[in-house]
Design a protein around this ligand. Sequence first.
Ligand SMILES: C[S@@+](CC[C@H](N)C(=O)[O-])C[C@H]1O[C@@H](n2cnc3c(N)ncnc32)[C@H](O)[C@@H]1O
Length: 146
Amino acid sequence: MENLIEKSSNIIDVGCGDGKNSLYLAEHGFKSIDAFDLSENAVNKLRRLSISRQLTINTWVGDLCNFKFTKKYGLIMAFGILHFISKSDWYNFIINAKCATAIGGINIIQLLTDKIPPSIDIAPYAIGLAADGEIRECTKTSSFVK
Ligand SMILES: C[S@@+](CC[C@H](N)C(=O)[O-])C[C@H]1O[C@@H](n2cnc3c(N)ncnc32)[C@H](O)[C@@H]1O
């Protein structure tokens, strides 16, 4: 995947957790990586790891539901996060992410669907499970009405 993106591209890792994806990309020469997560502990861990590995990742604690894109990105990643926010919030995120994607850029989105029940530890928080194929449909629309 890293071969598909210019090393100079802006990258954002939304709901980065402790940042394994951001760290991987930084270790592969990407220089402009933004990463945020709701969890201060997770972001602090990513900061510690990036400092110890002498990698530069711009991190902050933030809520995706309030996030606004301020620049164009060559890669927008949202791994394992969107099912934790409401469906209307993740639809809006996807629409905004499309607008914030640079020409030739990539969005990588992974979320749980309702095809298989979520494990009991995350079930209470999994408020935005997608229906099968729903992301594909959502990406075809240019706007979303709640
Ligand atoms: C399963 S982890 C995935 C972490 C990372 N993306 C990865 O692939 O390793 C889900 C992450 O989403 C974060 N998260 C949940 N709701 C969020 C929100 N509203 N805004 C930002 N991050 C959120 C959690 O704190 C958690 O770190």
